[in-house]
Design a protein around this ligand. Sequence first.
Ligand code: ADP
Ligand code: LRH
Length: 492
Amino acid sequence: MTALTIAAVDLGAESGRLIAARYDGNRIDLDVVRRFANTPITVDEIPRWDIEGLWGQIASGLVTLGGTDVIASVGVDSWGVDLGLFRDGELLELPVTYRDPRRRRGFERAMSAVGAERIFAATGSQLHEINGVYGLVEDQQSRPQLIAAAEQLLMIPDIFHQRLSGVFASEYSVASTSGMYDVGAGRWADGLMTELGLPTSLLPEIIAPGTTLGRIRLADAAPGLAQTLVIAPAAHDTASAVVAMPGLGANTLFISSGTWSLAGVLLDHPVVSDAVRERNLTNEGGYAGTVRLLRDIVGLWILQECRRDWEKQGIRLSYEELGTMIESEAPLRAWIDVDSGEFLHAGGMPDRIRAACERQGMPVPETPAQVARVVVDSLALAYKVVVDDLEAVTGQRISGVSVAGGGTANRALQRATASATGVPVTTWSREATALGNAAVQLQALGEITSPEDFASVIAASSTPETFEPGGHSDWRAAVEALADLRLERSGH
Ligand code: ADP
Ligand code: LRH
């Protein structure tokens, strides 16, 4: 068959891309047509996503691609948790980013109003201050006029699907990251919303991943867009990335590695238990009835922030250069607890890392290479803690790790992950999210029919590489020390 072109728009917190996914009946080839920075802007002292800038990139990128290719369909995925508020079909204001420090206040307010146990039981979601619901709780307190004016909310990818198709609806996988969705019951947690004093009238209709929303509104803008359909993929980026990792299940830890590290297992049912809540794991909805039981780990964001800091001092380092520098440093001289909350916000990251090492009585990393080594080792340790937690909760042994996303290019991190977990690490596509996004669109178009064909197309579309555990015996001791530190911090 002549190759069919699908447009996959993948928006990450660091960058967005428009990808032409070309399908020849056997495999999908990805061509990054456009990559653009995703830089938050501050309005009224609140950090926000630049929806208009992103939309400009998406729309003009589609028009350019539609000049050369007939685009069968387009779908958008993005980071989770954030949302925009609408009135009369228009955004009331630019959506607030999850790094807005005010969200912490909303989180604390929700904790004291209804409590952790109730929130977890009502949603199955990790108690994480970044979840969109806590932004609404804070706004209800400090900007009640905004909530009163709002008629509806949409999650970030839904906003772009609405612009592309005209349809107001929320795709299931991304809705499940809002902190307002009951993954066990498969519906919005409207009872919880009411208890939190939030209007349930804001909640839109839920649609399944793979739903066709209609013809593109840009049909007249380029010849290749005339017949383009808008199809919601698994619109949460992690859900799409997981679609593109073959062979997942309870025995393989997946890591979607980018700005965040989403580390977990793929199951066919949510696990809403005290053990899951106490370990702060989360249930997120996925494609074809799957659930991801995972932990949101502050990921390569820490390195992104370090690079921004070094750049201010005139030290410019590419990720490739950093990778080589990390490998030249001995592992595990020092490490930090990336999940402690102190590395979530922007600014002064190398100093915060140094302060944590000093506080823990460890050698303080001075050079960029030493700091980056600490980041990589600390992420690997956090992955091992997730392995231990998941094994305890599911009763299943994890015998391998599958990694996808931009972070796969960080080879030092893969080696450290293999050593820390003691099992082989396999890396899949760097653009796994776009691959999963496109594969779901192809299934919705009827181009891929059976689950077996779906699995074989996915397997044929990326080139895996395996990293074996190294013989560094200090990893086990470091994991135990990290577990102790967490216990101490939680007051046990
Ligand atoms: P997101 O979509 O969450 O914004 P990506 O999946 O694009 O993130 O991953 C971005 C991260 O991948 C970067 O922050 C960087 O740490 C890592 N990365 C990208 N390119 C390279 C490279 N060449 N070498 C090492 N790491 C890289
Ligand atoms: C990763 C991700 C993750 C986090 C969110 C803020 O890109 O979607 O699931 O929860 O961003």
